[in-house]
Write a protein that binds this ligand. Sequence first.
Ligand code: COA
Length: 376
Amino acid sequence: MSDYAKGLEGVIANESALSKVEGLEGKLSYLGYDINDLVEHCSFEEVTYLLHNGKLPNKEELAGLESSLRNNRELPQEVVDFLKSMPKNAVPMDVLRTAVSMLGIFDERATVGEPDVAVNHEVALSLVAKTPVIVAYYHRARQGLELPPVRTDLSEAAHFLYLITGEEPCKAAVKTLDVAYIIHADHGMNASTFSARVTTGTLSDLYSAMTSAIGTLKGPLHGGANEGVIKMLKKIGSEDKVDAFVEDCLVNKKKIMGIGHRVYKVLDPRAPHLQKMAIKLTEELGDPKWIKMSERIATIMRERKGLNANVDFYSATVYYSLNIPTDLFTPIFAIARMSGWTAQVLEQLTDNRLYRPLTKYTGPATTSPVPPIAER
Ligand code: COA
């Protein structure tokens, strides 16, 4: 029997060249490029090309990828009808999960069996292109708004902001969302990526793998934490109540959303980017209350538990300041991560082996005869 590692902590499940997560140093890089450098010099589209193709694109390659994404935005009418038919109070992550699954039904390339690399690359880009449209269309449909046709003249970040607001987004908002997309694009063997790779490991199709990933990201211990942060800040209400709230959580062993990480034992390298953007945005809005409360929580948790803020902690304030509704925070994470999830399953397919770990059995040591139902 192999050693048992609860939650698979410390277990290496596969090989990947995509993202390097250095937990003790607090570093993250994609294919050998530090995220700090990528955020400075690249767009989300360039990073998607990097993850899907293993190299940064030149001008022509980037233009090709942008054109593929922009021309793949249109959803099948059946999926549009489905989005319009959903209850107004549905959870957007549930709608996204179901719509992505539904996309597979209307794509005959979504085959099971021995995969065709070129076809899988096309499907991967189509998923990256359609995911934000699904999220934005459902958001409009639930408010009773019409669904504007998709456009081909906007970047991924700009197009999403345009769809949810119906207005041309300002440059600063586009840049902010683009940076958020880049730093959420991939992150080693996190829970949702693992789900996606496990599904693909059976040679199931990409839509099934992405459906698994979205369902996994939804949980509050993973991507759902960013929504939890704003709910927590609203519940606390004001800066003077932060200390008592945190104390209560620590005494009663309640988790503070956006704090702690399985791999990072120092500050999550994605957090400072979001922190900087959160400070700038809240200053511009003239409402620094949320960031001040966040900073106080982060300080107490660092001092008392040695735990740091993670990617979700400040992304919540960033999205909130961009006027994005709280229940779209995790779907935005999914939009960005679709780029990494699809890259990870394409990589899985290049050297596939079925995932099939063991369980440490804790049931009865011996078998007993089944008693008749009347005697149980
Ligand atoms: N708030 C309060 N205490 C926390 C905490 C948090 N957010 N995260 C970890 N801890 C504490 C645990 O209570 C535990 O303390 P103990 O040893 O005194 O009992 C210790 O730190 C280890 O926590 P554990 O839950 O076993 O770590 P993990 O590696 O399984 O969990 C997370 C990692 C991310 C799931 C966890 O930190 C968490 O739940 N964070 C909040 C949710 C979140 O922000 N998720 C997004 C991650 S990017």
